[in-house]
Design a protein around this ligand. Structure first.
Ligand SMILES: Nc1nc2c(c(=O)[nH]1)N[C@@H](CN(C=O)c1ccc(C(=O)N[C@@H](CCC(=O)O)C(=O)O)cc1)CN2
Length: 286
C-alpha cells in the first residue's frame, strides 16, 4: 500500500476562498474582521509564523494588527496591552505568539485574553466548552487536523485514535476533538514505555511529540491514517516532522507531509476563528 498524501495547502486554499467571501459580506455589513497578533522578542521561527499570519489575513481582506514587544518587556505591560485590545471594537481576534520568554506567565497571558476574542482557543473557558462539546473557538492545529480528516472523508466514529504527545495546544485537544467525534482515544507521551505497542493499534495516529522522524514503519499499522504535527529540523537542518515520511508512506493509508500538511491548516483555522468571532459580533448586533 502507498498512502494517499493529505495536502494541507490544497485544503487550506479551498477554505480560505470560502472565508474570503464571508469577509467581504461582513465588511459590507460594516464589520471588517480584525486580528491582533502580539509578538514578544525576536524568536526567528515565531517571527516567520507571525508574518505568515499577517499576510494570510490581508490576502482574504481582513484587518491585521501586529504589536511587537521587546524580549525583556514587563509582564504587566503585555497584560495591559491585551486588556486594551479586549475593548477595541475593530479587533475580533487576539493572539499572543508562543513560546513566551521565561519571565512571562503563559497562563496569565492566555487568561487575560477575553474568551470572546480568544481565536487561538487556548483560554480555559474555551477549552472547557470544547471538552463539553459546546460551540466555541477550537485550538487551530487540532481543528485543522479534524478538517483534513473531514475533507478526505475519513470516518472517525468507532476508530481507535492514538495521540503521541500531550501538549495543551496540540496533543490534549487533538484527542478531545477525536473523542467528541466518537473515536476511542489513547494518549501516549515521552514517558510511555514500549510506545510502538500502542501506536501499532492505531487506525488514526497523531504524532505531536516534537522528535524528528521518531515514528518509523515499525510504529504503524498497515493502512493507518498518519497525521504528523511535528515541526523539527533533521541532521541536515531540513524541516521534517515527527514521522519518518519515507518509511511511513508505503505502510499508511493516508499521511500528512511536513511541510505542506498540518502547518498551513493552523493558520487557516486561525482565520476561520477570527471570521467566526466577527460573525458573533454581527449576530449580537442584529
Ligand atoms: N499563539 C500561538 N502560538 C503558536 C501556535 C499557535 O497556534 N498559536 N502554533 C505554533 C506555531 N504556528 C503558529 O503559530 C505555526 C507553525 C507552523 C506553521 C506552518 O505553516 N508550517 C509550514 C512550514 C513553515 C516553514 O517552512 O518553516 C508547514 O508545515 O508547511 C504555521 C503556524 C507554535 N506557536
Amino acid at each position: 500500500m502507498t498512502a494517499k498524501i493529505i495536502d494541507g495547502k490544497e485544503i487550506s486554499a479551498k477554505i480560505r476562498k470560502e472565508l474570503e467571501q464571508e469577509v467581504s459580506a461582513l465588511t459590507e455589513a460594516g464589520i471588517k474582521p480584525g486580528l491582533a497578533v502580539i509578538l514578544v522578542g525576536n524568536n526567528q521561527a515565531s517571527r516567520t509564523y507571525v508574518t505568515s499570519k499577517q499576510k494570510s489575513c490581508k490576502a482574504i481582506g481582513m484587518k491585521s494588527l501586529l504589536i511587537e514587544l521587546p524580549e525583556d518587556v514587563e509582564e504587566q505591560i503585555l497584560l495591559n496591552k491585551i486588556a486594551e485590545l479586549n475593548s477595541q471594537n475593530d479587533i475580533h481576534g487576539i493572539l499572543v505568539q508562543l513560546p513566551l520568554p521565561p519571565h512571562i506567565s503563559e497562563e496569565k497571558v492566555i487568561e487575560t485574553i477575553s474568551p470572546s476574542k480568544d481565536v487561538d482557543g487556548f483560554h480555559p473557558v474555551n477549552i472547557g466548552k470544547m471538552m463539553t462539546g459546546q460551540d466555541t473557538f477550537l485550538p487551530c492545529t487540532p481543528f485543522g487536523v479534524m478538517q483534513m480528516l473531514k475533507h478526505e472523508q475519513i470516518a472517525v466514529a468507532g476508530k481507535h485514535a492514538v495521540i503521541v504527545g500531550r501538549s495543551n495546544i496540540v496533543g490534549k485537544p487533538a484527542g478531545q476533538l477525536l473523542l467528541n467525534e466518537n473515536a476511542t482515544v489513547t494518549y501516549c507521551h515521552s514517558k510511555t514505555p514500549d510506545l510502538a505497542t500502542f501506536t501499532k493499534k492505531a487506525d488514526i495516529l497523531v504524532a505531536a511529540v516534537g522528535r524528528a522522524k521518531m515514528i518509523t514503519a515499525d510504529y504503524i499499522k498497515d493502512g493507518a491514517v498518519v497525521i504528523d504535527v511535528g515541526m523539527n529540523r533533521d541532521e541536515n537542518g531540513k524541516l521534517c516532522g515527527d514521522v519518518d515520511f519515507e518509511q511511513a508512506a508505503p505502510k499508511a493509508g493516508f499521511i500528512t507531509p511536513v511541510p505542506g500538511g498540518v502547518g498551513p491548516m493552523t493558520i487557516t483555522m486561525l482565520l476561520y476563528n477570527t471570521v467566526k468571532s466577527a460573525k458573533n459580533v454581527l449576530n449580537n448586533r442584529n
